[in-house]
Write a protein of this length. Structure first.
Lengths: 198, 198
């Protein structure tokens, strides 16, 4: 079915073009005209793939969550306990230019989701999944005697998640002050506090 | 000089109206017409106070930082060490509806600052001040033998700041999952880790 493959590929190209524009120039620059130009489409040729700008923007935000989750799956594969938690956290933190671009798009998404229940729902579903994974890995560490007995797992998941969300803000706002090295050290100190001593 | 007082008062009214609109309906609803209506001004009567929408939005964002900082000054007055740090953190965290509205405006600000160096500068100056205050209070706790000797003060300031920024996101996106009680417990666990034992 070449037509289906073609349609899926074209939609992906448009989503990636939208993602690049939001990351580099902001949501206000993401007009249908700019997106068509960035993706190498004729102006007006987007309609068969996305019937409205809102639909394209929504697909772009879903794509960014998906992209992070795929990277997490690869990084955490075959790992468990605190090693899996660390691999996950390193994929979520904006430790390179590509993930800084993801963070820029996510900040734009948060702004929209603050007043759009559907977008908030997409966010909250993803965050619930992340919390569940984190709790599973901490539970494995506890089983293996590797987790500090004082750790309250649900609260520790929330603290680590909030830290990682805030890190996106700090790194995007001021990449000179919040470097990848800083974020790695901050993560190490957070994970160190979870570990059983001795 | 009644005219100067009047002008300052009118500007404040417009900034507060803008703040309410961004918090409740989002930045895309903050048109000059909507702001005039919310503030009880005739349409077009804003020009003597703010020459452009950009200027008004910028003043609104500065107002939100200012508002938080004034609350912090009151809350931390006469306190030092970890008590001051706790009072500060409780003013920054979105623990009530008013501070949730502040968080909504700040999220809108971050989205703009991700692509506007002047706005990013306002953010970074405020965050540098907050880091300095936090480091001063942790230093006082260290002097008094109240800080865990293992704490690296600059890194601990960054971790706590990132946690508080992320908490704004979580609470705005999903206030049912991230309640004020949850945030207080998360803060307590973070501050507990800073305290010297015994």
């Amino acid at each position: 079915m070449p037509k289906v493959v073609d349609r899926r590929q074209r939609r992906l190209e448009l989503v990636e073009a939208t993602w690049r524009i939001i990351a580099r120039r902001g949501i206000s620059s993401a007009t249908m005209r700019q997106i068509a130009a960035e993706a190498g489409f004729a102006n007006g040729a987007l309609k068969p793939y996305f019937s409205s700008k809102a639909e394209l923007i929504e697909a772009t935000y879903a794509f960014v969550f998906d992209r992070t989750n795929r990277r997490v799956d690869v990084a955490a594969e075959g790992l468990e306990g605190l090693a899996a938690l660390e691999a996950f956290s390193r994929e979520v933190l904006p430790l390179d230019e590509d993930r800084l671009d993801e963070a820029r798009v996510v900040i734009s998404f948060w702004q929209e989701a603050a007043h759009d229940p559907r977008a908030a729902e997409l966010n909250n579903t993803s965050m619930a999944e992340w919390r569940r994974s984190m709790a599973t890995w901490m539970g494995q560490a506890r089983e293996a005697g590797r987790l500090d007995p004082a750790v309250d797992i649900p609260a520790a998941c929330d603290v680590l998640l909030n830290f990682m969300l805030g890190a996106q803000i700090s790194a995007v706002m001021d990449p000179g002050t919040t470097t990848a090295g800083d974020l790695r050290r901050q993560l190490d100190s957070q994970l160190g506090r979870l570990r059983a001593s001795g």
